[in-house]
Design a protein around this ligand. Structure first.
Ligand SMILES: *Cc1c(COP(=O)(O)O)cnc(C)c1O
Length: 456
């Protein structure tokens, strides 16, 4: 399968480019030139596959020029052997809603599902290429831990993770900073998440620097993350064994996870609506409701992994609703950059065929946690609570809510709502007593570049 950039689709790229580079040189995101669309019969044939075999079938549609199906299959098995659930994900009930629990990986957030696979895919690539790669990534908490766990102790690979000093939860921090492997470097930036992200962007766009260290990225625009996430939408549909379309409510920040659901739908999965659930950083809700894609200042909320104003993956949706026209997409991206984009009526009509949206404020989020604890005896993490709240507000009473983090990762929110928090799973409790390692650096790109160079 070949790929193009959303901003210039005259040039084609390979899966290897898409995976290793993440972002096209023109600043656009990679998308495939065509998509496999499963017929009803073909879907039926996938129905009883276990999670690993289903992953192999779906991902192989995209990666067969890069890795053989057999190699892919063993790599997927290895990736998901680190999960606490045999089937990787688990479906549970809360009232009439279903919860798709995606947090049974090593760092307790859904990002492990894609990241464990990506770590092994790097290893596979490096086994065939005499190369050393330095992964640099900014995190608001969950991405960094998932990436570190996936990359630690892999040879010819280093990982540098920038987190905003004192602005992530202690559990999130300890999952990163207690890792002892020699190829893991944690950097606390004296600034906020946007500062961290800007530093990483500047490092990438300094081509002399980024090429000299073979810099690679694993943030949520990486196409490989999206395809690995599309798998659980298929899996859920087959497990629920219904013969009608189903809707999913997805707690959303960078529009990656919910875009994976859109991809599954484009590939023929009978999805009705995708609910874009946001916290008070509600740009995507305003956009989908009435076309208002103007970003405001980021607010810190109880669900920090969704405290995002510009959702990078939204560019892929813009490309698709404009019939894969990269010139129009480029024009729109310029308007977004100037913060003056309003989605026009014809595009909005297309978007609303697949998506609905809702936002939950802080009180509503706490209220949902409380209500579900009292009624269903379940502690929800604050991100999942936003997904549940959005489904309720929209009266989608039998949809599937993606549960994106283990509640023990965000004890402050649940303490606030119900005066209770969940403990870490036994296997992870050791992080509490362990020495933390990180370098505090000022909010300055040169300082980070110098630090990285000093470690190579
Ligand atoms: C990253 C994250 C999200 C948002 O996912 P996107 O793909 O950025 O939309 C939601 N919940 C949790 C717990 C996360 O870590």
């Amino acid at each position: 399968m070949r790929y193009v950039s959303t901003r210039d689709n005259s040039k084609e790229y390979s899966f290897e480019d898409v995976f290793i580079k993440g972002l096209a040189d023109d600043g656009g995101l990679y998308v495939p030139t065509s998509l496999k669309k499963f017929s009803t019969e073909e879907l039926y044939e996938h129905k009883s596959l276990n999670y690993n075999d289903l992953s192999t079938e779906i991902i192989n549609q995209f990666s067969s020029d890069f890795i053989s199906k057999d190699d892919l299959s063993s790599l997927i098995k290895k990736s998901y052997s680190t999960f606490r659930e045999k089937d990787v994900v688990k479906i549970s009930n809360i009232g009439d809603l279903k919860l798709l629990e995606l947090f049974h990986g090593p760092t307790l957030a859904f990002k492990d599902v894609a990241m464990q696979f990506i770590g092994n895919l790097y290893e596979y690539y490096l086994s065939k290429n005499d190369n050393k790669i330095n992964v640099v990534v900014a995190t608001s908490g969950d991405t960094g831990a998932a990436a570190i766990d996936a990359i630690k102790n892999k040879s010819n690979l280093n990982i540098f993770v920038l987190h905003p000093n004192n602005r992530i939860s202690p559990v999130q921090r300890k999952l990163m900073t207690t890792v002892e492997d020699k190829n893991v470097f944690n950097i606390a930036i004296d600034g906020n998440f946007d500062d961290c992200q800007n530093i990483v962007k500047q490092m990438f766009s300094d081509l002399e620097f980024s090429k000299s260290i073979n810099m690679s990225g694993v943030n949520s625009i990486n196409w490989v993350r999206i395809i690995a996430q599309a798998v659980y939408y298929f899996y859920t549909y087959f497990k629920l064994n219904v013969d009608k379309t189903i809707s999913f409510s997805v707690p959303t920040g960078n529009f990656g996870d919910v875009f994976a659901g859109y991809l599954a739908k484009q590939m023929g999965l009978p999805v009705d609506k995708l609910i874009v659930a946001t916290n008070e950083n509600d740009i995507l809700h305003r956009a989908i409701l009435n076309g208002d894609y103007v970003s405001k200042k980021v607010k810190e909320t109880l669900s920090p992994s969704m405290d995002i104003q510009l959702a990078s993956n939204f560019e892929r949706l813009i490309y698709y609703v404009n019939s894969c026209n990269s010139e129009i997409t480029s024009e729109i991206m310029k308007k977004i950059k100037q913060n003056e984009y309003q989605i026009d009526k014809s595009n909005l009509d297309i978007i609303q065929k697949d998506f609905v949206s809702e936002s939950c404020d802080e009180n509503e989020t706490l209220e949902i946690i409380k209500e579900n604890y009292e009624k269903n005896n379940i502690i929800l993490d604050p991100h999942t609570a936003v997904g549940v709240g959005a489904a309720k507000k929209l009266d989608f009473n039998d949809c599937v809510v993606l549960s994106t983090a283990h509640p023990c990762k965000f004890p402050a929110a649940t303490d606030n709502a119900i005066n209770k928090h969940e403990e870490l799973p036994k296997e992870l409790q050791y992080i509490h007593g362990k020495k933390e390692n990180f370098q505090l650096l000022e909010n300055d790109t040169e300082a980070v570049k110098n630090f990285v160079k000093s470690k190579l």
